[in-house]
Design a binder for this molecule. Structure first.
Ligand SMILES: Cc1ncc(C[n+]2csc(CCOP(=O)(O)OP(=O)(O)O)c2C)c(N)n1
Length: 518
């Protein structure tokens, strides 16, 4: 027993013992003992973020790339509430995250001081596990359980509420890691059933998610495809996909309902691997929400908490599939375009110039489709999209991805509207010298909402309505904004300018921002 051990130090040491090494933080008075413990317990990398939406989005990016949780440090209920939107996105991505939310000392709560709030109430919708530590002596055990809960397959958000006195009071130990919960092995009956379905002559697709979309899982899916001709599909916003040349090709389900319906037409059965049936993002009057053919049968090879990658390998073996997937995406780089800059030419340049093994933290919104099209046959890369529809995720996601993978180039193609939600992430990129190249699509518009206005059939929209979707007055100067946060930045108005700026960003390390006027 160390005489200096207190709750905060036992918490920090326990997190480290459980493999949690990075803390994205925006602290306040109630978290000061945690902050102080960063110096007395060595090993934790603290990363200051200037808004809690950056804290939580960065933890998402880190978790998706590292495959293990970071810890967030948030200031009571309001701090957590500021971070909720990106925790919503992270929950949709099934990213492992441990939140530590400071609270008033237990005996202070009775006075209803100003920052007192219903922290559990804020945490509940996004958390798979919540615990309020009751005393400094239980903090270590609570922290070990939090990490276990966050890591439990397929990954979840564990929220640990830490009253200030449980941080400052004496504690006697740190705890060790608890066993992993899952992923659960898939039973042989499910593998045999999937093998039978693949042999029944019906038009079939495997809808892949989670570990089925990278590494050994994707490889096994390719083997199954080679043997049976099954279509391989993934969700429009699959949280983590390995794309580009040399990879097994997977068809991404499109965004709009009628496109989904067209892409799934004729399918008689869909076998889910860690995924759910595809539905429309929004409801539109007169358009379907359920997008699969009426008669299409759904079955599971693996549920989200099960080991989809191993199940695919067993399925491939059971089918006598070739030992390696013979179908691979060929390398096909687009030509470098000249002249006018638009979403398509930006995409061509990015696809042409991005080095192998880059990570795309992507929130390109309406500019995303051409980007994905051109990247499809570009050099192999990792794709991390916006998973829960709550915009303002891309920049924080890039922060977390860059910290998880410091040797890889991170590209953050972002709509200007979405980027304005969590712009403070630029400061953390500068402070931590992260190797992130941000491309802002400066279309001065909420362009997607112009499309949606038509699609939902909202009639009578005039000048006031259209002004709600327009970002021209005043124009955000992204190059100046980025410089103000300490980032080297430039502005491109032609393909030639953009290509030169992007090429130079690819050749150097460190944060860069390019404002692409499209
Ligand atoms: C938290 C949140 N608030 C509002 C919205 C509604 N919304 C969806 S897209 C969008 C605008 C996106 O603009 P931008 O990032 O510039 O991309 P563009 O549509 O212009 O391509 C908004 C406000 C949302 N999805 N999430």
């Amino acid at each position: 027993m160390s005489p200096e051990m207190n709750g905060a130090r036992s918490l920090l040491q326990t997190l480290l013992n459980c493999g949690v090494e990075v803390c994205f933080a925006n602290p306040g008075t109630s978290e000061m003992h945690f902050v102080a413990a960063l110096d007395s317990v060595s090993g934790m990398r603290p990363v200051l973020c200037l808004f809690e939406g950056v804290v939580t989005g960065a933890a998402d990016g880190y978790g998706r790339v590292a495959g293990k949780p970071a810890v967030t440090l948030l200031h009571l209920g309001p701090g957590l509430a500021n971070g909720l939107a990106n925790l919503h996105n992270a929950r949709r991505a099934a990213t492992p995250i441990v939140n530590v939310v400071g609270d008033h000392a237990t005996y202070h709560l009775q006075y209803d001081a100003l920052l007192t709030s219903d922290i559990v109430g804020f945490a509940r919708p996004v958390s798979s596990w919540i615990c309020e530590s009751k005393s400094a002596g239980t903090v270590a055990g609570d922290a070990a359980r939090a990490v276990q809960a966050a890591r439990a397959a397929p990954g979840g958000i564990a929220t640990l509420i830490l009253p200030a006195d449980t941080a400052w009071n004496a504690a006697d130990h740190a705890a060790g890691p608890l066993p992993d919960i899952g992923p659960a092995p898939v039973g042989s009956h499910a593998i045999e059933a999937a093998a039978r379905r693949l042999a029944n002559g019906k038009k079939t697709a495997l809808l892949l998610r989670g570990t089925a979309l990278f590494g050994a899982g994707l490889e096994a899916a390719g083997r199954v495809q080679a043997k049976t001709g099954v279509r391989l599909l993934c969700d429009t916003f699959a949280p983590h996909a390995e794309l580009g040349a040399g990879r097994v090709p997977v068809e991404r389900i499109p965004y709009f309902a009628e496109q989904i319906v067209a892409s799934l037409a004729g399918l008689e059965q869909i076998i889910l691997v860690g995924s759910k049936p595809p539905v429309s993002f929004f409801a539109y009057p007169g358009k379907p929400s359920w997008c699969a053919p009426e008669a299409c049968e759904f079955s599971h090879l693996a549920l989200p908490h099960e080991d989809g990658a191993a199940a695919l390998q067993s399925l491939a073996d059971a089918l006598g599939a070739p030992s390696q997937s013979p179908i691979r995406i060929p390398l096909l780089l687009p030509e470098l375009p000249a002249g006018t800059l638009n979403a398509a030419s930006v995409a061509q340049i990015i696809a042409h110039l991005t080095p192998e093994n880059a990570i795309f933290a992507e929130e390109a919104a309406t500019s995303g489709l051409p980007l994905l099209m051109h990247l499809a046959r570009a050099r192999p890369h990792t794709h991390l999209p916006l998973t829960g529809g709550s915009i303002g995720q891309g920049l924080p996601l890039a922060v977390g991805a860059a910290i998880a993978a410091p040797d890889r180039k991170v590209i953050c193609p972002h709509g200007d509207g979405g980027a304005a939600y969590t712009v403070q992430a630029l400061w953390t990129m500068a402070r931590e010298k992260l190797d992130v190249t941000t491309v802002i699509y400066a279309n001065r518009s909420y362009a997607i909402l112009n499309i949606e206005l038509q699609r939902v059939g909202a009639s009578g929209a005039g000048a006031k309505a259209m002004s709600m979707l327009d970002l021209h007055d005043p124009e955000m100067n992204w190059a100046e904004i980025a410089r103000g946060f300490g980032i080297e930045a430039s502005r491109a108005t032609t393909c030639e300018e953009f290509a030169a700026q992007y090429a130079s960003a690819m050749q150097q390390r460190g944060p860069r921002l390019i404002e692409a006027l499209i």
